[in-house]
Design a protein around this ligand. Sequence first.
Ligand code: PBG
Length: 326
Amino acid sequence: MFPATRMRRLRRSQTLRRLVRETRLSVDNLVYPLFVCPGRGVRDPIDSMPGNFRMSVDRLVEECREALDLGIPGVILFGIPEAKDATGSTSWAEKGIVQQAVRAIKERLPDLLVITDVCLCEYTSHGHCGVIRDGAVDNDATLPLLARQALSHAQAGADLVAPSDMMDGRVARIREALDGGGFQEVAIMSYAAKYASAFYGPFREAAGSAPEFGDRRGYQMDPPNVAEALREVRLDIEEGADIVMVKPALAYLDVIYRVKTTFGLPVAAYNVSGEFACIKAAAERGWLDEQRIVEEVLLSIRRAGADIILTYFAKQAARLLGRGGP
Ligand code: PBG
């Protein structure tokens, strides 16, 4: 008989397994992404993201209350504006859709952390993350617009701003604008290593932000590269990022690991729309056990080194964890 190993002894019961677990997933790790649109009483389902909705501010506040009651510490907001134009000017309007949403949430639920996504693609008529000059995105001309947008989010009461555009130099410009406006305390969570990924498909449908021409490969990262990701992250940290993000999560767990071990800063990982949709679609067909997959996937992101997980599974995971966890 092979003598019992330590490993075998420690796996004997659920309680013992819980005691020696190396990685813990908690509701404290979760951020819930939400889409806000104009109107009242709107709760418009997003077909490719079952259980997710485009919500008007009133319904959004209800959703936020539910998230807070489940113990979820924060939400990240994406705006679906009434009108779009070439420069995405509604993105920094004082009464813009995200600005209204932030005010409403902070007024009623001051304890919920509100993070805003800072980017132009949801607000530009062409769907690119920056302004276009001579058929291409103009990095430098985009920077002041992003800074203006971030400042308007801070003025509305955002706790953190999260630039997702991938323009070079935007973190420094945003930091400068926030400090200049008296918002030294507002943190920047930068989408530092954001890959040009096919996993954003459902999000672009939800936000109507698919580019009208070309793609985002000129500013988002090339999937085979990891040294480049570390360079991108380093630059964002030097420019003042407080939290750095890797996106998507599952196909880039090695990148999360490298970023965490190299820099030690808080790392966020975005479990994006396409990752969510894959699991939902397979579960609908009865091909996967959804609850178990959700736990396993979120744990894998934690194990890779992420401190914060942005996920459309946030409410589901919070309920699961509330029952004693995986
Ligand atoms: C905006 C933005 C995108 C996502 C987050 N912020 C889309 C994109 O880059 O095309 C994707 C999130 C998801 O897929 O869940 N730039």
